[in-house]
Design a protein around this ligand. Structure first.
Ligand SMILES: [Zn+2]
Length: 634
C-alpha cells in the first residue's frame, strides 16, 4: 500500500493534536533559537576561520536540515511567513555555499577543505547530504518552492559522479546511513532514476569484502577512527558493514544507523523488487522486536557507542534507547507496513511512538532526552556512575552538543499524519488512531477519539453517493477484545494480518464504531532478560506506565506487586496535559526490622501501600526524581 500524502491529512483533536500543536508553536521556535545561539543556523554563511568560536561540526548541516524539514511539513496546513522567511534565508546561504561542482558541506568547506570524501566512516558527509535532501524534498512538496530541491539535485548529481560501481569512482558508502532513504525520496520527487540506482548502490555495497573502510584507512593515514571498547571499528558491525545486509542475521551496531539503513533497504526492496533485501528487513526486524527491543519500543541497549548489544541484553537503568533510534524504528516499520500490509509493523511503530519517542520531549515542548532509561535513581546519575553521562540523566535538556534528537522529534511530529493512513487500489488503511481527517479520492474519513486514553474510536465516512472502497481498520496486537459496529449494528469483518477489512457500499454520514478494550495488563519479559526476572511492567493499550518518586516516594525498587491485584485506570483532564493514570495496591518491603543493618536472614515483611503509575512518556515533567518501569511481582 502507499503512504498517504500529508496534504490530505489533518490531526484534528485529542492527544496528538495537543502534542503536534506544541511542536509547531513552541518546539520549532526553541529549536531555532538553539540553532542560532550555537552557530548552526549561520553555518552555511561559511564565515568561520581558525581561532573563531563556534567551529562548525561535521554533523551540523543535519541539525539545520531536520529543522527545515519539520518547518516544511508544518507549512502544509499552517501559513507562517516568519518561519518561511527564516527557511528561505538559510536556503540562500546554502545556495552560496555550494561549490561549482555541486559539493555542499559547511564543515568541509571551511574546516577541512582538502579532505572531502576521505573519511566516510566517521565524518558524516553523506549523512548530512541525506538530511539536506530530505529537507529539500519536503520544502518543495509543502509549498512548491523549487530552489532548494534544485540545489540538492546538483549535490546529488555530484555525489553520483563520485560514488558508484563504475571504474574510477569511489566504491564507498557512509559510516552513518541516511542518504539511502533520502535518495529514494529524491527519486520519487524528480523521477530521476539515477538517484534510485545510487541509493541501491549504497545499500548493496555495504559490507562487501574487502572492506572499503580498510581501503580508506590505507589511503589516508592518521584518520580519526573510533576506538572505544570492542566492536567499534573492525569488522565494522558498528556501521552494519560486517557483511552484506542480505547475509546478516541480527541487527547490530549503532541503533540509529541500523534503522535508517534498514529504512533505506526497505525502500530499495520495494522499488527494485529485490526479495533478498526484503527478507533481510523481515529477519532483522524479528531479531529486534523479539530479542533486542525495550518494552517502550526503544532500542540500543548500551551507551557504548549507542548500539545494540546482544540478544536479551536490556538493562533498565543504563538503557540508551536514543530518541532518534525510536524515531528511526518508526520510519523503518512504516515502510515495512506499507510494503507488507502486516499490522505487526504498525504495532511496533505505535509502541515506539507512544513511549520511546514521546518520552524524548517535555510536555511543554522545550526540553529533550537523548537517552531514555527505563529506570532512574537520581543518586546514580548525580554521582556520575553512569557512563556517557552527557546523554543520560533524569532531566530533559534544551539542547545537546550532538543535537540529533531535538530536530528529529520535531520533524516526526510535524509529519505525524503520514503514519496514520495508507491506501491501495482497493481502499484505505487506518494504521494509527487519533482524531484526524483523511481525504482520498472523493472519500473523507474522520476519526473522533481521545485514543490512547479512550477505548472508543468513531470513524465518520464522507462521500458523494455510494462508495465501494474497503476500509481497513488496524487491530492492534495487544488487543484481545474488540467490537466493530457500522451505523450502530454489529458487523462481521475479514481479519487479516492485524487489519479488519470492512467492505460495503458506503454512504455519506455512515459511522463506524470501533471499540478496543484496554485493560491494565501486567506484562512479563522473556526469562532470558536477566534484568527483569520476577518483575512486571504495567501497560494499558499501547501505553507503558512507570512509577515516579513524586507520587510514590523514594526506594521504588522496594515496592512489590501481587499478580492478582487489580489496577484502576483513571482519566484526568488536568493531570500531565490530560491522560490516564493508574492506581493500585503494592507492598513495600519493611525497613523496620533491619535496625540499621545492611543484611539479615530473609523475612518477607511488607507494608501495604497504594501506588500511582503514569504514562512513561510523561515522566519527569514535574519534580525530577527516581523512576521505574519494571516492578517486582509475587
Ligand atoms: Zn539522536
Amino acid at each position: 500500500m502507499n503512504a498517504a500524502d500529508l496534504k490530505n491529512i489533518k490531526i484534528t483533536g485529542g492527544y496528538w493534536k495537543a502534542r503536534t500543536d506544541i511542536n509547531r508553536t513552541v518546539t520549532l521556535t526553541t529549536e531555532y533559537e538553539q540553532l542560532k545561539i550555537t552557530g548552526r543556523y549561520d553555518t552555511f554563511k561559511q564565515i568561520w576561520k581558525e581561532g573563531m568560536p563556534e567551529k562548525p561540526h561535521y554533523f551540523w548541516d543535519s541539525d539545520v536540515a531536520k529543522w527545515i524539514e519539520a518547518c516544511a511539513y508544518n507549512l502544509i496546513h499552517h501559513t507562517d511567513t516568519k518561519t518561511e522567511e527564516l527557511v528561505d534565508l538559510i536556503i540562500d546561504d546554502i545556495e552560496k555555499a555550494q561549490w561549482e561542482d555541486g559539493y555542499l558541506n559547511s564543515y568541509f568547506t571551511v574546516v577541512e577543505k582538502d579532505k572531502r570524501w576521505t573519511n566516510l566512516l566517521i565524518k558524516h558527509e553523506l549523512y548530512c547530504a541525506g538530511h539536506l535532501i530530505e529537507a529539500a524534498v519536503a520544502y518543495n512538496e509543502a509549498i512548491g518552492k523549487k530552489k532548494f530541491l534544485q540545489i540538492m539535485c546538483g549535490y546529488a548529481n555530484h555525489i553520483d559522479s563520485v560514488f558508484g560501481p563504475e571504474k574510477g569512482k569511489l566504491h564507498g558508502y557512509p559510516g552513518h546511513e541516511e542518504i539511502e532513504l533520502a535518495l529514494v525520496k529524491l527519486y520519487k520527487a524528480t523521477n530521476e532514476k539515477r538517484y534510485l540506482k545510487l541509493a541501491e548502490f549504497f545499500v548493496t555495497e555495504r559490507g562487501k569484502q574487502p572492506s572499503y573502510f580498510d581501503w580508506e584507512e590505507k589511503q589516508n593515514t592518521g584518520l580519526l577512527r573510533y576506538n572505544r571498547k570492542k566492536g567499534t571499528t573492525k569488522p565494522y558491525s558498528y556501521v552494519q558493514a560486517q557483511a552484506p545486509v542480505a547475509e546478516q542475521t541480527a541487527i547490530e551496531g549503532h541503533s540509529v544507523r541500523a534503522l535508517y539503513y534498514l529504512a533505506g533497504v526497505a525502500d530499495i526492496a520495494e522499488h527494485t523488487g529485490n526479495m533478498d533485501l526484503l527478507e533481510a528487513c523481515e529477519r532483522l526486524y524479528e531479531n529486534m522486536v523479539n530479542k533486542r527491543m525495550y518494552i517502550t519500543g526503544g532500542v540500543g541497549s548500551t551507551p557504548d557507542i549507542e548500539r545494540f548489544s546482544f540478544d536479551y541484553d536490556l538493562p533498565n537503568e543504563t538503557a540508551y534507547a536514543e530518541t532518534c533510534a525510536a524515531i528511526a524504528s518508526v520510519f523503518f516499520c512504516n515502510r515495512m507496513l506499507n510494503i507488507t500490509k502486516d499490522g505487526k509493523y504498525a504495532d511496533t511503530m505505535e509502541l515506539a511512538l507512544h513511549n520511546g519517542v514521546m518520552a524524548g520531549i517535555s510536555l511543554d515542548g522545550t526540553e529533550f532526552f537523548y537517552a531514555n532509561p527505563l529506570a532512574t535513581d537520581t543518586r546514580a546519575v548525580d554521582e556520575e556512575t553512569l557512563e556517557f553521562k552527557a546523554h543520560m540523566g533524569y532531566k530533559r535538556r534544551k539542547w545537546f552538543g550532538c543535537a540529533c534528537c531535538p530536530p528529529n522529534i520535531a520533524r516526526l511530529l510535524s509529519s505525524l499524519g503520514l503514519y496514520f493512513y495508507s491506501y491501495d487500489c482497493n481502499g484505505i488503511y487506518i494504521n494509527l488512531y487519533g482524531s484526524s481527517e483523511f481525504s482520498h479520492e472523493g472519500m473523507l474519513l474522520t476519526q473522533i477519539t481521545n485514543y490512547p486514553w479512550d477505548e472508543n474510536i468513531k470513524i465518520r465516512v464522507g462521500c458523494d453517493g455510494g462508495c465501494s472502497k474497503k476500509i481497513a481498520l488496524r487491530i492492534p496486537g495487544w488487543c484481545r477484545k474488540l467490537s466493530i459496529r457500522i451505523i450502530s449494528r454489529n458487523v462481521s469483518a475479514e481479519f487479516k494480518k492485524g487489519y479488519a477489512y470492512l467492505e460495503r457500499i458506503w454512504h455519506d454520514g455512515d459511522e463506524i464504531d470501533l471499540f478496543l478494550k484496554m485493560p491494565v495488563e501486567k506484562m512479563q519479559a522473556h526469562p532470558h532478560v536477566r534484568h527483569n526476572t520476577g518483575k512486571t511492567a504495567l501497560k494499558r493499550g499501547p501505553v507503558v506506565y512507570c512509577i515516579e518518586e513524586e507520587d510514590n516516594g523514594k526506594n521504588l525498587s522496594s515496592l512489590v506487586l501481587r499478580s492478582n491485584d487489580e489496577f484502576q485506570s483513571i482519566y484526568d483532564d488536568n493531570f500531565l496535559g490530560g491522560c490516564v493514570y493508574l492506581t493500585g495496591p503494592a507492598y513495600r518491603l519493611s525497613e523496620k526490622e533491619f535496625s540499621g543493618m545492611l543484611y539479615r536472614p530473609y523475612s518477607p515483611d511488607y507494608e501495604k501501600v497504594e501506588i500511582k503509575a503514569i504514562p512513561y512518556a510523561m515522566w519527569t515533567n514535574r519534580t525530577p526524581g527516581d523512576m521505574l518501569i519494571w516492578l517486582n511481582i509475587i
